[in-house]
Design a protein around this ligand. Structure first.
Ligand SMILES: Cc1ncc(COP(=O)(O)O)c(C=O)c1O
Length: 364
């Protein structure tokens, strides 16, 4: 790294995303490559969103609406929240980063679980903050231990609910115990990128806690709504918290196509329903097949499955790759014995299982 860069960046490594289909094509000679590595929507995007993108193409010489007014009003109505409590970002990733920009002072600490979504640690460090890790317990957040780890320097706590890469969730009772008598200098960021996939009755509806000013909720249009390539996500918080993020936000951070697509996607209940039904069917199928192969799928509530397959995990990831199936190795998370597979269309899920069987049988 250039010696003039900020010293806090010197020991950081840029985030490594899942291998793209184009990159895999360069590396393996397979006519059909499938990517099950980045938890994208295998059905694509909603037809209504696609239509809205086409209609918006004619106005691309104009700057986007800096306030995301149409999207804001529609979403506020749907969520029954105040429009001023919403903050839009270039993916929910940007909203997570805006929280750091808006709230971290020199000397502040960020509390995270480990392993969890890597962006929290990376961006905390990039913003000059120290982070403290609390290990997961049986692949789940250990909220009592996280509560005990809060100190006078803790400013932000990140809770992915459900979590990536495990897919597990914290319950309402666990979260309420965590939030009760929380010190007032702490803001809890509830990262709900996979919110739409959860069906559990004891999953917390965090919009109920916005009024307490203890939480900032982030959600994504990349997963259930299939708009990962357009980059749009949002935060929901008390308007005073949202106002701090708004000051830190670059005005035209959500492009016109993304705004139009997201607003239209909110109206496409049929597409959302089809996505959720496919994810349920896919999870049921994958869990059954993985168990039959003596592997251990971690029970999750997301559009992906974390699979414990012991010492052969790296070999399995590489073997699948050579056969044209991209899944995510978990070395960066220190879960060397696992890999993560996104739930695909049913033909993709069947192809994954077929190739997995071949890899397990032949060793590559
Ligand atoms: C837990 C979690 N949070 C946030 C994101 C960011 O999603 P996006 O920026 O596409 O909204 C992801 C993406 O994979 C994720 O897994």
């Amino acid at each position: 790294m250039d010696s003039r860069a900020r010293r806090t960046l010197a020991n950081l490594k840029a985030y490594q995303p899942g291998t793209s289909i184009q990159e895999a094509r360069r590396q393996v000679k397979r006519s059909k490559i499938i990517k099950l590595a980045s938890n994208e929507n295998p059905l694509g995007m909603s037809p209504k969103a696609k239509q809205a993108v086409r209609a918006a193409l004619g106005s691309l010489h104009r700057y986007p609406d800096a306030t995301c007014r149409t999207l804001r009003l529609k979403l506020a109505k749907q969520l029954k929240v105040q429009p001023e409590g919403l903050v839009f970002g270039n993916g929910s990733d940007e909203v997570l980063t805006l929280a750091m920009k808006a709230f971290l002072e020199p000397g502040d600490e960020v509390l995270v679980a480990y392993p969890a979504f890597l962006i929290y640690e990376l961006q905390a460090q990039a913003h000059g903050a120290a982070f403290r890790r609390v290990p997961l317990k049986d692949y789940r957040y250990d909220l009592p231990a996280m509560r005990a780890a809060i100190n006078s320097k803790t400013k932000l706590v990140f809770i992915a609910n459900p979590d990536n890469p495990t897919g597990t969730y914290v319950t309402r009772a666990e979260l309420e115990a965590f939030l009760s008598d929380l010190p007032t200098h702490v803001l809890v960021v509830m990262d709900e990128a996979y919110y739409e996939f959860v069906t559990a009755k004891d999953y917390p509806q965090t919009l109920d806690y916005v009024g307490t000013r203890k939480v900032l909720i982030t959600r994504s249009f990349s997963k259930a709504y299939g708009l990962a390539g357009l980059r749009v996500g949002y935060g929901v918080a008390h308007p005073e918290i949202a106002a701090a993020l708004e000051v830190a936000r670059e005005p035209f951070n959500v492009n016109s196509l993304a705004q139009a697509a997201a607003a239209a996607a909110l109206d496409d209940r049929a597409f959302l329903k089809a996505t959720l039904a496919l994810m349920r069917e896919g999870r049921w199928y994958l869990e059954r097949e993985l168990k039959a192969l003596q592997l251990l799928p971690i029970p999750g509530s997301t559009n992906f499955v974390l699979v414990d397959c012991g010492s052969q995990a790296a070999q399995v990831v590489q073997g699948l790759f050579q056969r044209g199936v991209i899944v995510r190795g978990m070395r960066a998370w220190h879960l060397e014995h696992c890999f993560r597979v996104s739930i695909g269309t049913m033909p993709e899920n069947r192809r994954f299982i077929k190739e997995l069987k071949a890899v397990l049988a032949h060793g590559s």
